[in-house]
Structures are given as C-alpha cells and as structure tokens.
Design a protein around this ligand. Sequence first.
Ligand code: R5P
Length: 313
Amino acid sequence: MTAPAVGLGPQRVLIAMPGCEGATMRLATPLSAELGHAAVTHFPDGESYVRLYTPVHGADVALVCTLDHPDEKLLPLLWLAIAARERGARRVGLIAPYLAYMRQDVVFNAGEIRAAEHFAALLNPAFDWLVTVDPHLHRIAHLSDVYRMPTIAVEAAPAIAAWILTHVQAPFLIGPDVESRQWVEHIAGICEAPWATLVKTRHSAWHVEVAELPSIPPGCAPVVVDDIISTGRTMLTAAGALQRNGQPQPVCIGVHAVFASDAYSQLCAASAEVVTCDTIPHPSNRIALTEPLVDAVSHMFDLSLPSSRQMLV
Ligand code: R5P
C-alpha cells in the first residue's frame, strides 16, 4: 500500500527576497509551487537577520532575488539559502532575473578585480542552480565560465520582438554598441526588420560617444535596444545622435531597468517611449518574461541533480 501524502512538506517552494514578491507570485502558480515565508530584516546594528518560517524539509526551494543593488542584497540572500539548506531543503536554486556584476568582466587597470568571477564565487557554494535573464555576456562568453552550477540564461529577445511587432510600425532596430549586436540581430530576425549597431566609446560612467550612424529609410521608426540601462548615457547619446541626424525620437527598449540617478527622466524626455522587461520592477516595465522564466525554472526543478550540496559559505 502506498503511504499517504498527508504530512509531507511541500514539493516546490518559492521564496521572495524583499522587492521580488510580485515576480514570485507570478511564477508560483504556473510552477505549482508554494509561496514560502521568511523574514529578512536587519538588527539595529545593521547586521542582517533572516528567519525561514515555511517548512522546506525535502522540498525543492528557489529564492527569487533580482540582483540590482547587489551589495545590500547579497548577504541576506546567502543567509536565506543557508537557512533553507539547514531546514532540510532538497535543493536550493536562485532565480535572479537580473544578474549583477557581469559588466565587471575584465581587469582594465592594475589593482582592479574581475568582479563578475568573484561575485559568482560567492553564489556558487550557496545554490544548486541559477536561472537569470540575458546576463551581460561579453568578455565572459558563457555563464559556465564563472558559475559552477547548472545555469539557464533566459532570452528576452522573443518577448521584446513580440512587443515591437504589436507597438511599432516599420521598426529599424539600432544597437548602441557592438555588444548589443547579440540582442538586436536576434530581435530584428524575428521582426524581419532592418538593423544596425553603432560604435560606442565610453569615456566614463556618465560620458559616452557614439559613431557610425546608419542611414535609416524614410518612414522607418528607430528603436534602440540594449541589455542594461544604467546611467542611461548609452541610450541618451544614441537617441541624441539619431535626432541630430534627422531622425524622430526613438523608442528605447532595455532588458534590465537599472536606471541610476536621473537616467529615467532624462531618457523619457529624449525618446518616444521608454520600455523595459520586468526583470527589475520599474514604471517602464512593459514586457513580461514570466512565461520563459517558468519554462526555465521548470527545467531546473525537473533536472536530476545531486540532492544536497555541502554548504561551504
Ligand atoms: C554595456 O556594455 C551594456 O551593454 C550597456 O550598453 C551599458 O551597460 C549601458 O550603460 P549606461 O546606461 O550606464 O550607459
């Protein structure tokens, strides 16, 4: 006789880190996962405090934590991963729609560090798998070059292309730098639209220049697409150059709405519309990536991985 399931803990548990409650709720139902509850706060002296309330013994647990402003999020995230493991979780995965530090992928000046690699080294012992969206893979070609766990990088291109197809007539896609070619070419292929990339020179975080503007046929609507909008200077400079070249204000689309300082208001003033994917909650979010994230996380839940890792943190 088969033992009744009564009394067994949940099979799949998603736990939101602060700020990721919305994304976690959107993912839970299609993943047939229970929403877990945890306190993530600070002691009066500033040290992080976590407490996991939901029983997770034997469960596949995933923490949902988009990693913009990563420094303040990292330690509580690691503490909660430890809590899940100490409470007997079968596996602990990380759903980080935005993965931080990927742009620090090389030592430019003596004394700097390749932070992408060291950030990965902090997450590697804590998690069994990682799902993210379009990490900034440039000088690091694959996530597996730095992440020592199964990873899936969800592509935002199909969802961005679907948005463009329903909102922009006769789009001409522009990548503001050579790195953006991977997204622009993919999206343009789906939209069957012409595309080009500019050549960008970054002098500092807040000062970039672009060159090699394409000639855009009359009647086409310029759409600038990039992975990350941080200072917004890449997009702003591209939008300004297009306008000086006689083009209308472009639609500006970013995957990750990092938006430092005044970037969003400046970009709104310089473009026809500012649109982002929902990897970081922001008023510009128009493109939902729930579906491809659910596919990727389902795959991770179904993967046959070792049931427990030695916690090294
Ligand atoms: C750079 O390699 C990225 O693809 C983006 O172009 C860059 O991160 C945008 O940064 P910002 O908004 O600060 O110009």
